[in-house]
Ligand binder design. Structure first.
Ligand SMILES: CC(C)(COP(=O)(O)OP(=O)(O)OC[C@H]1O[C@@H](n2cnc3c(N)ncnc32)[C@H](O)[C@@H]1OP(=O)(O)O)[C@@H](O)C(=O)NCCC(=O)NCCS
Length: 164
């Protein structure tokens, strides 16, 4: 299958297939989200260093990848990030994910960026196995998060004022 696979920038006509693959994998159809992503990454100009790539086999979209260069964020020199990769479940383990990641690495190499990073959920052993197979190792970064407390309701605020 790998020989017949090509990787190219996404086109608007591919979006329905991308949305369908994502919905199959995640169980959620997010059409508005994908239209925003297409506007941001699918029609980005070359200088913007953003990539929305699709893998094609038999003229059908069988996978996609989205990545970009982030400059000096998180205190890091310009660095490539891959933040979405998905291969149609019926087309997996045939080298398509590898081809997609190689295409992004090639594009990064051309822009002079020498590091590629990603972030994954620790329960997702499939994506971890894939990225490890591509040579990715634990990075010297720590992801942190916190809950943002909801704004107090007007009634609670009024009660607080009255108690003062
Ligand atoms: C991860 C994923 C992109 C891999 O795509 P793929 O086309 O099957 O990958 P490849 O065929 O290029 O596999 C490359 C290597 O990845 C690893 N790998 C792939 N599938 C694997 C599996 N099911 N179990 C363990 N390792 C696996 C293997 O090391 C493989 O090399 P090998 O074929 O020599 O054993 C695909 O499984 C997928 O889309 N998974 C869901 C992704 C996801 O969760 N996305 C959400 C977060 S962005």
């Amino acid at each position: 299958m790998t020989a017949a696979v090509t990787v190219r920038p996404v086109r608007r006509a591919d979006l329905d297939h991308v949305i369908a693959i994502d919905a199959t994998v995640t169980g959620l159809e997010k059409r508005a989200y994908w239209q925003r992503i297409y506007r941001r990454y699918g029609i980005a100009s070359i200088g913007e260093q953003r990539w929305f790539l699709v893998a094609m086999a038999d003229r059908k979209v069988v996978g996609f990848l989205i990545g970009e260069v982030r400059d000096w964020e998180f205190g890091s020199p310009p660095c490539g990030w891959v933040f979405a990769i998905n291969v149609d479940p019926g087309a997996r383990q045939a080298g398509i994910g590898t081809r997609l990641l190689e295409s992004l690495s090639g594009a990064l190499r051309q822009t002079g960026v020498a590091k590629l990073r990603t972030l994954l959920h620790h329960d997702n052993t499939l994506i971890l196995s894939f990225f490890r197979s591509q040579g990715m190792m634990a990075a010297p970064l720590i992801p942190l998060e916190m809950d943002v407390a909801p704004a107090p309701s007007p009634a609670a605020e009024a009660a607080g004022e009255a108690a003062r």
